[in-house]
Design a protein around this ligand. Structure first.
Ligand code: GN1
Ligand code: MG
Length: 370
């Protein structure tokens, strides 16, 4: 298997024991590699980068160096004052010293250290888990807050700029194959109506940014529940992984993404739409945890746009899945026909649930901001 051959190119002691598929990312392929010597074992995460989504792997790795270097120094400085041992993976270089390798097919592979004795979950497990997710996000945003924007490449231009995803949708619909996919499914036509009713509103964050109300800061970009590692021994969050989308953005993208992911107990892949809803108790727990670190750096305008962010990122992810379904599943990996349409329906159901709970959510956001 190719992953095994690639694993052997990285600089760890011992001989390869196993390489197994790990994680359920929608973009990159992820494996866990295990190496042993006569007296030790080393595990690392091996990934094949999806070059269709990330065409500049050298930028991904340069950013990863900057972010992990900065964060590791900061974590070290704060270690004595911290309520836990915070972690963050490091890059494992190839034996020839490079940060990634390219195989004969042009695929790109990189290795990062494995966070031992910790796990992440596809769905939120409890109120405590939700609170930890909020703490981890706030802590990470604070730790990376002083990385100068000029030191980070834009690895994914247009990421989280919602109106840009409308353009992608329109392009997919302009192609005969896209039109056909739409016409073949009443559910797809329903999704399109759902989007049409929210077209005018969906530039809300970009408008606020253009008007100077919201400022860019380094953000994680993808703080979904599956990227938050929980320490097996203490139940506390220990780190956030998947750092490929760290770049300057609006903190609202992160808060919205964390909440749309953690407050839907049925998860992103739910088959039963009736089980999908936005749980406001989980939302309160996350915001409470998040504010422990974020209260100090959030402006009053930041607070004012949090509700819109929660609604928007659920809508945006639904839009992204839906546009990809119409385009023929070229961005998000799928395991079955219609999976991206189903994912879109889940996010739109969640978005509706957020809309019906607007006043409750606004009230709890105001209460937890104090
Ligand atoms: C993708 O590959 P993964 O699962 O870490 C996507 C995120 C979505 C997420 C939804 C680079 O992340 O934006 O929120 O799927 N990442 C990219 O599960 O597009
Ligand atoms: Mg990701």
């Amino acid at each position: 298997m190719k992953a095994a051959l690639m694993a052997k190119q990285f600089d760890v002691a011992g001989r390869l024991v196993t390489v197994e598929s790990a994680g359920r990312g929608n973009v990159n392929d992820t494996y866990l590699a295990v190496f042993r010597t006569a007296f030790s074992e080393e595990r690392f995460i091996l990934q094949r980068l999806n070059l269709r989504v990330f065409p500049r792997p050298e930028w991904i790795m340069a950013n990863l160096r900057v972010v992990t270097g900065h964060a590791h120094r900061q974590l070290e400085d704060e270690a004595d004052r911290s309520d836990r041992i915070w972690q963050l993976p490091r890059i494992i270089p190839a034996k020839d010293g490079r940060d990634f390798i390219t195989d004969g097919d042009g695929d790109c592979w990189r290795a990062i250290s494995h966070i031992a004795s910790a796990h992440s979950y596809e769905k939120v497990q409890s109120l405590e888990h939700a609170r930890e997710a909020g703490i981890v996000l706030g802590h990470f945003q604070r730790v990376i807050s002083d990385i100068p924007a000029a030191e980070l490449h834009d690895t994914l231009p247009g990421f989280h700029i919602t109106p840009g995803y409308l353009d992608k949708l329109d392009a997919a619909l302009a192609a005969p194959a896209g039109r056909q996919r739409l016409e073949s499914s009443p559910e797809a036509r329903h999704c399109l109506d759902f989007i049409a009713q929210r077209r005018g509103w969906c530039s809300v964050l970009e408008d606020a940014r253009a008007a100077g109300q919201l400022a860019l800061r380094p953000i994680h970009g993808d703080p979904k529940v599956a990227n938050i590692m929980i320490d097996d021994a203490t139940g506390k969050g220990t780190c956030i992984v998947d750092l490929d989308t760290v770049k300057p953005g609006l903190i609202q993208y992160d808060v919205g993404d964390c909440l749309r992911s953690c407050c839907n107990p049925a998860g992103e892949e739910a088959q039963d739409l009736a089980a999908v809803y936005f749980d406001t108790d989980l939302c309160r727990a996350i915001i409470r945890g998040y504010m422990l670190h974020a209260r100090d750096f959030l402006t009053s305008a930041d607070h004012a746009f949090l509700y819109d962010a929660i609604r928007l990122i659920a809508f945006e992810l639904g839009l992204r899945f839906f546009a990809d379904f119409l385009a023929g599943d070229i961005y998000f990996k799928t395991l079955y026909e219609g999976q991206n349409l189903n994912r879109a329906k889940v996010q739109f159901k969640l978005c509706e649930s957020i809309e019906t709970r607007e006043s409750q959510i606004r009230t709890l956001l105001a209460e937890e901001a104090r």
